[in-house]
Each structure stands twice: as structure tokens, then as C-alpha cells.
Write a protein that binds this ligand. Sequence first.
Ligand SMILES: Cc1cc2nc3c(=O)[nH]c(=O)nc-3n(C[C@H](O)[C@H](O)[C@H](O)COP(=O)(O)OP(=O)(O)OC[C@H]3O[C@@H](n4cnc5c(N)ncnc54)[C@H](O)[C@@H]3O)c2cc1C
Length: 454
Amino acid sequence: MIHPTNQIAIIGAGFSGLAAARILNQAGISFQVFEARERLGGRVYTQQIQEDLYLDMGGQWIGSSQTRMYELCEEYGISYFETYNQGKSILELKGKIKSYQGTIPKLDIISLLNLDMIVRKLERMASKIDLEKPWIHPKAQLFDGQTLEDFLKRNSKTETCYQVMKVGMQTIFACELHELSLLHTLFYIRSGNSLGALISIKNGAQQHRIHGGMQTLAEAIAKPFFDRIQFDSPVLSIIREKEKFILNTSKGAQVFSHIIFAVPPPLLKKIGINPPLSDQKQKLLERYDMGCIGKCQMVYPKPFWRDQNLSGQAVSDSEFYLQTLFDSSPADGQYGVLMGFVIGNKARKFFKMDEDSRKQAVKKQLIQYFGEEANQEINYVDHTMNQETWSEGCYAGIREVNSWTKYHNSYSQSEGRLHFAGTEAAIRWHGYIEGAVRAGEAAAEKILQELNNG
Ligand SMILES: Cc1cc2nc3c(=O)[nH]c(=O)nc-3n(C[C@H](O)[C@H](O)[C@H](O)COP(=O)(O)OP(=O)(O)OC[C@H]3O[C@@H](n4cnc5c(N)ncnc54)[C@H](O)[C@@H]3O)c2cc1C
């Protein structure tokens, strides 16, 4: 029986918290969402740049086997469109700029074969990872004891192959590769099906974008229970008593029967919970780092590069800041938008510069790739969530060496009536919006089950 005094608190109004709230709302359960920011979406953030132009500063793509995202679009009548993916792409390697057609860059034959071998090896290794228990793999200790950087260095026979793999993997994980356990890399690849799916536009995770930006979907999901979201209300501490939790925000204390945490790991660590969380979870939280990435978007009157048969995509290992670029123009091509990622240490350096220096640095690179027309921008915006108090990094949490074998999946494990969501608790599409939704739904389903069991 569902007891009328049950009251659920959901902490965080990103996609994970919203997905949990949607389930509880549909089940007619009483709940309250607490959101630290003054807006919805968390690591999804669509900004209106001009009257008729919206750009995503956070998550923007859906694709591949992200079935829940497509189902939610369908349910809320949200339309999406194909990411522009025609024409030649640019590769800047060892100071030389080349263009190439298709997904495989023009490299010397040895590097190409080497690249193919590494990709196949990673796919093969990842396919043997148990997503529920990555640490039970017979070579888990070996894989978890090394970084992705170690693996790539050992397997790359040419510098060219190493550099191309490095940029590709940095774009997938948003960090320096020495920060990442090889076991976590394999788990992440399996979680998103394959390396091919993670890296690709066509049939991959970058296939579609939402008309009007990703936040449109967050707003549609939240609409039926918008009045149950308390904005500007960071949860500061939680006192656990026998059958209840006293949750404190700067606006006062409230009592709840169950709690869903849907915040990134560094923010979970900051909530004072008394008595504290399990030893394993606390130890993991101490070592749980976030990726570091920023988006730079240059807006033009039209996507002029398309007339030169260029896709707007580029990959660079140079001293320039942008490491990978995409055409991020709106569906109708009414404006042209080139969006580039700046990652890891480069991002840390880049965002220390003032805005004009950042813009000039980006423009210089774009002119090199797309010619003088790249000088005719009408707007420029860049953004990183690494400096935001309520994200502390992005895309997602990254697990360093020995983290999986020591702490297993303690992050996502419920502790009594405390449940843990967020993309970092996801098994499928871990790190992605799809993962956030799935983890939020799973946490809400657990509570429904508990309530039904009395
Ligand atoms: C630049 C960038 C590009 C990305 N690109 C993609 C992409 O194209 N496709 C994709 O699938 N994914 C992408 N991602 C990742 C994706 O955005 C995230 O995986 C997903 O949004 C995480 O959702 P979440 O609900 O788990 O967490 P969040 O979105 O981080 O939500 C957590 C919420 O909790 C709030 N909060 C934190 N602490 C507290 C507290 N103490 N009290 C109350 N509230 C609190 C925060 O303000 C936030 O709103 C990208 C991310 C970034 C930043």
C-alpha cells in the first residue's frame, strides 16, 4: 500500500532528476524537486543567442541506441533533425592541414592499419566487459591498473596513429587520457554499445539535434510538475533519522521519507549527510573526478563552408585550442555555426584568458581551416561548466586507475531509502543524457517498488 504521508525528495533538476520526477508524478506520488540553480537542465543548457538562434552550451546530440531519448521526444512532441554531415572534413596533423571525405582520415598506410588494429582491439576488449560488474573480468586488475594513455602508447606504432586516437578519445571522454582508467574506458565503450557508436555522427551518438535546443525537451518533461521544483535551493545537509530524513536548504528544513540524489559526484560529496554514507561510497567520492571540456561557437550569417563542400568537421593535434569541430548550425541553415571543443589541460589554459583573447584564438584557427570568410562572424560564445559551482566539470565523472576494482559500483548502490541517480549511476549510456534519464527512472522505480511493498 502507498502510504499518504510518503514524500519523496529529488535533488537536482537535470535530466536524471526530471526523469525520476516524471515517473513519480505519473504514479501520483507526492514529491519535491530541489534545484540549486535558477534553471532546469543542469549539464544541458540552451542559451538564446539572438532572437531566432538558440545554442546548446552543454549536451546537444542524441543518436544510436539511445532509445529513451527518442521515446521522450515522441511522447512530448519534440522534433529533431540530422546533424549536418556532408562534404569533406579537415585534419590538421603535425602542422599540415588536409581535407578528406568520409569517416577515415587520409593517413599513411601504416598509421591507418595501426588505427584500425587499435579500434578493433578496444572494441573486442570492451565487448567482454560485464556492465553490471566490470570488476569481475579476469583481467580487471590489469586493465584498471593502467591508464588509457598507457594503452595507446603501447599499441601505437606511429606518432600519427597515436595523435589521431588521442584527439578522438579526448573528445569522447573530455579529459587527459592519463586521468582515465583503461577499465573505465572499456566499460564506457560497452555502455554506449561500441567505439564506432560513440565517435560517429551517422548511426552514432551525434546523429540528431533537437529543434530549439536540448533544453526544450527538459522543459517539456518538467511542465506537468513545474510547481514542484524549488529553484535556487541547494540542498546543504541531510539528517537521517529512523524512518525519515530532514533535508536542509538555505530556505529551511523539510522532512521526507525517501531521497533521490541526481547530482554530479563532486556535488554529492558536498552535501553533509549524517550519519554519513557508506565507507565505500565516501572513499569513491573522494577520488571521483570530472572531465574538463568547453564549447566555442562562432556564428556566421550562413554556413558558408558548405558551399566549399566542407562538412565543418575538423580534427587537430596542433597548438590551436580547438581539438574537434562540428557544424552546429540550426536545421534550416539560417545561420552558420561552427562549434569546437577545447579539452583537458588546453581547456584549463583557454578559460584563463579574457573573452576577446579566446575569441581571437578561435577565429585564427577557423580562418586557417575555412578561409577568410571565417573572419566575418556575427557572434561568438564559449562556455565551460568546469567553472560552474553546480557542475564542477563535464561531460561527466571519470574514474581513475584502480577505481572500479576497489570501489565497484558503490556509487549507484541504494543505502536504505537513499537512492542514487545521475548519469554517473547509469549502466547504459553512462555519461550521456540517455544514461541520466535511465538512472533517474531506475531510482524512481525502486521507490515505487518499496512503497508498494509497504
Ligand atoms: C559541454 C557538454 C557537452 C555534452 N554533450 C553531450 C551530448 O551531446 N549528448 C549527451 O548525451 N550528453 C552530452 N553531455 C553530457 C550530458 O549533458 C550529461 O550526461 C547529462 O546532462 C547529465 O545529467 P544529470 O541529470 O545526471 O546531471 P546534471 O545535468 O548535472 O544535473 C544535476 C543537477 O543538480 C543540481 N545540483 C547540484 N548540486 C545540488 C544540490 N546540492 N542541491 C540541489 N541541486 C543541486 C545542478 O544544478 C544540476 O541542475 C555533455 C555535457 C557537456 C557539459
